[in-house]
Design a protein around this ligand. Sequence first.
Ligand code: SAM
Length: 219
Amino acid sequence: MRFHVITIFPEMFDSYLKESILGRAIQAKKISIKFYNPMDFCEPKKRVDDRPYGGGPGMVLRSEPFLKALEAALRKLKVKSVKLKVINFSPSGKKFTTSYAKESAHKYTDLIFICGRYEGLDARVEKIIKNWKLKIENLSIGDYVLTGGELPAMVLIDSISRQTPGVLGKYESLEEERVSTSEVYTRPEVLKYKSKNYRVPKVLLSGNHTLIDKWKQRS
Ligand code: SAM
């Protein structure tokens, strides 16, 4: 899976993508992430944002730098077998779910994410992308408003990468496909904390996997 992220703040991704499972997946070339910064495509002495038509507070991201960043991303994809979708983050978009992540991992080779900021992106970008006959979807990661699309992009990269073959090792294998619970324990068997003992549930020490699975599914 190849992710292409259009953002004016690419450095925000640095530490998250360097570490742990995603860091290893990038090193092993199971996934790749490229950034395109609309600031690099701004005309000389022009800002990436401007005042909204119709008035109101906040600034709107201008179309031209974003379209040029998008064109740069598309130029990188000149391979016949590319299966591409463009995702525009928006709090009022379609809701992102695990099944959306699963479908994306299986259906596409390349995903382009457009990260908005401030009051959002000039609406004509979406219309132009549709004119290019590209698949584009407005996507929300939840019913709250964030300051930008960078966290949503990281959420999708994380969640879709987990569904990409070879990204999770056997210890971290997909919990959606096994019996799992958020109530988990590790050593010591008896935790002594401030003169009280906290024990691991007996069933987990029983070695009886039918009973253990039943316990995990109990609520
Ligand atoms: N006025 C805009 C609207 O109603 O769509 C909200 C702009 S929001 C402050 C700035 C950017 O953050 C959005 O363009 C989008 O990229 C991102 N964003 C904020 N909340 C989001 C959410 N829940 N899901 C996905 N993207 C979100």
